[in-house]
Design a protein around this ligand. Structure first.
Ligand code: PLP
Length: 379
């Protein structure tokens, strides 16, 4: 977009339109903007240029026909569920989702008369049985948070197709660099841009993308009315982050694969959970579903439970305890008291979220540097 001030020149970096509202010449222009006869923006909660431009880039990346940027990953999940389900309808969901997504389904959607059945999505027969009772949505994660369970998106998409259900895939851990769920039959794909896609730990945003235009106006309206919109500066920063996404994912993935093997050889570690390791329950499936790499997320369990975790955190200051993921710097988190805090002890036990479990978001530093910092906490 050019302004008289710039003459014939254009800035190399995209412009930031940090405005909550736009001046409109007159009512005729307003009517033309409403009817899409002419481009333009009115109010940033409804739409703004930086979200619009970021949406175009993201749709290309996802191989989607549209992408809508929302105020967070949870806003993207909320918008998609609100658009797809109504009171009296049912959701089937993976039984190892990001804790806040499970909580949204269990504690919030239930208040609006939407019931959720949680099921092991690696057991296709169990999913088929769950879908025999009509369900509007099957909610899954390409690679689950935190234990990196990988699902067969194509097989689940076929099951959804034959049961008139919409497959919604949260692709946050994989990113579109490693998986493009819409190409594998998903109806909607969601990512938290706060994580690897923004990539620098400085934004809070999400995105929902779709294959056909059917749901686009509905989700736009929901975003506006439920107040789920993004802000321009975070969109601008995320656009900058996306320009290095592929490089960062490749570097962090290579580091994670090497670090998983290194950790498995360290004393005091009971188990290492990484889909690239042969002892991961979904190792073979993961290599098929994610042929470009198995991501930057891994978990390890320390002997000695919570006390050992505290010692690790105090010792390895160079791997800060930050309950998020996907930054350039390696960080760690503790699922039992952060992402899955609200799960019951029995549910944590079932998922394998133990007192000694640390989740690692591997960054793009030199591998030796990460090992050196980790080793300080493992002494
Ligand atoms: N989906 C997954 C897999 C996540 O890990 C998270 C956050 O950790 C979210 C969604 C929610 O994203 P946000 O924090 O941007 O709302």
């Amino acid at each position: 977009m050019t302004t008289p001030l710039l003459g014939s020149t254009t800035p190399l970096a995209p412009a930031l339109f940090q405005s909550s509202v736009y001046a409109i010449p007159d009512l005729d222009a307003l009517a033309r903007i409403y009817s899409a006869e002419e481009p333009g923006f009115i109010y940033a909660r409804d739409a703004h240029p930086n979200a619009h431009l970021l949406g175009i880039t993201l749709a290309e990346l996802e191989h989607a026909s549209w992408s809508l940027v929302c105020g967070s990953g949870m806003a993207a999940t909320t918008a998609s569920l609100l658009a797809l389900v109504r009171s009296g309808e049912r959701v089937v969901a993976s039984n190892c989702l990001y804790g806040r997504t499970s909580q949204l389904l269990k504690q919030e959607l239930s208040r609006f008369g939407v019931a959720t059945t949680f099921v092991d999505c690696n057991d296709l027969e169990a999913v088929r049985i769950a879908l025999q009772t009509p369900a509007r949505v099957l909610q899954v994660e390409t690679m689950s948070n935190p234990l990196c369970r990988v699902i067969d998106i194509e097989a689940l998409a076929r099951l959804c197709e034959s049961h008139d259900c919409r497959l919604v895939v949260d692709n946050t851990f994989a990113t579109p660099v490693l998986a493009k769920p819409l190409e594998l039959g998903a109806y909607l794909v969601i990512e938290s841009l706060t994580k690897m896609m923004g990539g620098h730990g400085d934004v809070t945003l999400g995105v929902v993308s779709g294959r056909d235009g059917e749901l686009l106006p509905r989700i736009s309206q929901i975003m506006s009315l439920w107040g789920l919109a993004s802000n321009p500066f975070d969109c601008w920063l995320t656009a900058r982050g996306l320009s290095t996404l592929e490089l960062r994912v490749k570097a962090a993935t290579a580091n994670a694969a090497a670090l998983a093997d290194w950790l498995a050889a360290q004393p005091g570690i009971i188990r290492v959970v990484y889909p690239g390791r042969p002892d991961h329950p979904d190792h073979a499936l993961a290599k098929r579903v994610l042929p470009r790499g198995l991501g930057n997320m891994l978990c390890f369990e320390l002997e000695g439970g919570r006390d050992a975790v505290n010692r690790f955190m105090r010792g390895s200051k160079g791997v800060p305890f930050c309950p998020s993921l996907g930054s350039t710097q390696t960080t760690c988190s503790y699922p039992a008291m952060t992402s899955h805090l609200y799960e019951s002890p029995a549910e944590k036990k079932r998922q394998g979220i133990t007192d000694g479990l640390i989740r690692l978001s591997v960054g793009i530093e030199e591998l030796g540097e990460i090992q050196m910092e980790m080793a300080k906490g493992l002494k």
